[in-house]
Ligand binder design. Structure first.
Ligand code: FE2
Length: 144
């Protein structure tokens, strides 16, 4: 990254300029790019993440290799294990996901939507082992 010239483009994205897509990290989530990776030459990713299907197994225990990572819950809620502690992250909450922290997103509401800001944009994710028990997800109610 340091070998590359700094990219700092002005960017003003409207809600309709990008769409939620399925080709993100998890197939049970949809991801909407907010143009920041492009504007910063990959130094920072900003994306909206929403639920695509009901929680089943969740993410599994994992860590992200990043320099910076925050999650701001905009709608609904998600339940995470961060190391051995359960956290209900609800709309209005902000989480600083310390780089390398072992965590597991195991439950979320149908209307969940969060803003995730990560550096670098191409951060890596590694699955890890943990003996900490993880609660079951909350079934989604069938709607008529
Ligand atoms: Fe994660």
């Amino acid at each position: 990254m340091l070998d590359n010239p700094i990219v700092n483009k002005f960017s003003h994205l409207k809600p309709g300029d990008t769409k939620f897509v399925t080709d993100g990290l998890r197939d049970f989530f949809l991801y909407k790019d907010l143009g920041i990776a492009e504007a910063t030459g990959g130094r920072v990713l900003a994306q909206l993440v929403c639920a695509n299907s009901a929680p089943e197994k969740g993410t599994g225990w994992h860590q992200h290799m990043a320099d910076f990572h925050i999650v701001i819950m905009l709608k609904g809620w998600a339940r995470f294990m961060y190391e051995d502690k359960e956290h209900l992250v609800a709309a209005g909450d902000t989480v600083h996901q310390r780089p390398g922290i072992t965590h597991y997103l195991f439950d979320y509401s149908p209307d969940m939507e969060y803003l995730e800001i990560v550096s670098p944009a191409d951060f890596k994710t590694v699955d890890v082992e943990s003996d900490v028990p993880v609660p079951a997800p909350t079934p989604w109610k069938k709607t008529a």
